[in-house]
Design a protein around this ligand. Structure first.
Ligand code: MF3
Ligand code: CO
Ligand code: CO
Length: 291
């Protein structure tokens, strides 16, 4: 459907299309017509300035909650206790923990230890032990907007290979963030994440990815952590999404715990690490809104 030059823009600004997103849409058309492997972002992926401000505020609160829980991530603390800390801090800051009751998830945060890839459920009987690696994944709703990020923590004396896994996973994320620029593609950074992981002897989880985030918890686009350069969704200013690579020491295959319906494990029992940042794409680059 083509919008007339003098009709109102699809973005809701109230401006005429020609004075608003017309040049932007033309640029997308030129790129996607030239290369059929590049897909067009849909209008819902492009946030308004007002939405972007809301997402920034939610992201900032979410990072503060991660900072608060980080102080308690030590040997001997239960993941159930970490969940209570997240719930309390979120409330104190005026937010809502997005995981709680999300599609039936029972807790306020995900705590994923060792061979748990993601979506680990906090447990009063699971105490962090010397040698564990744990991902803490917080998502916060603040004034209706979402911020989502996760960090890894190493408890005490960790196996050097596992330390390397945690470090390489962070490098994969940092490299992706550096090149997640407007007018590049999701495939451009997916390729680099997979390359860096495999160059280090590790593998990238394929079934689970990052996601558009901000107006809702999980929005389009789906963000794979593998890919080919110059393919996949085009990245444009106004997008808001996460990059959250899950990297395994062993095989990439994973399965979901059939009892709790949430916990994702590596098939081969090898450890897995994950870091997640939430980004906004700007005219000239990106902004990390939660980390
Ligand atoms: N925070 C996770 C993500 O990065 C999603 C967790 S869903 C939950 O997408 F229900 F397990 F919380
Ligand atoms: Co998350
Ligand atoms: Co996420």
């Amino acid at each position: 459907m083509k919008i007339g030059r003098n009709e109102p823009c699809w973005c809701g600004s109230g401006k005429k299309y020609k004075a608003c997103h017309m040049a932007f849409d033309d640029k997308i058309e030129v790129i996607c017509n030239k290369n059929k492997k590049i897909t067009r972002p849909t209008p819902d992926m492009i946030k308004t300035p007002e939405q972007l401000d809301g997402i920034r505020r939610a992201g900032e609160i979410n990072s503060k909650i991660l900072d608060a829980v980080a102080e308690h991530v030590k040997e001997g603390v239960s993941t159930g206790e970490l969940d209570r800390i997240v719930a309390e801090k979120t409330k104190e800051l005026g937010g809502i923990p997005a995981p709680l009751n999300y599609e039936g998830f029972p807790k306020s945060v995900c705590t994923s230890i060792n061979d748990v890839v993601c979506h680990g459920i906090p447990d009063d009987n699971r105490f962090l032990e010397d040698g564990d690696i744990v991902n803490i994944d917080c998502t916060t709703i603040y004034e209706g907007y979402y911020g989502d990020a996760s960090r890894m923590f190493m408890i005490g004396d960790v196996d050097p290979l596992w330390v390397k896994l945690v470090e390489v996973t962070k490098e994969c994320l940092d490299e992706a963030v550096k090149i997640a620029q407007p007018w590049t593609t999701l495939g451009d950074f997916g390729y680099l994440i997979n390359k860096r992981a495999s160059d280090n002897g590790f593998s990238v989880v394929r079934e689970i990815g990052g996601h558009g985030c901000g107006v809702d918890f999980h929005e389009d686009p789906w963000v794979p952590h593998i890919g080919k350069p110059d393919s996949g969704c085009l990245i444009v200013p106004g997008m808001s999404f996460t990059i959250e690579p899950m990297i395994n020491v062993g095989k990439p295959n994973v399965y979901c715990d059939s009892d709790d319906g949430w916990t994702i494990y590596t098939d081969d029992g090898s450890p897995s690490a994950q870091w997640e940042y939430h980004l906004i794409i700007t005219e000239n680059g990106n902004e990390i809104v939660s980390c």
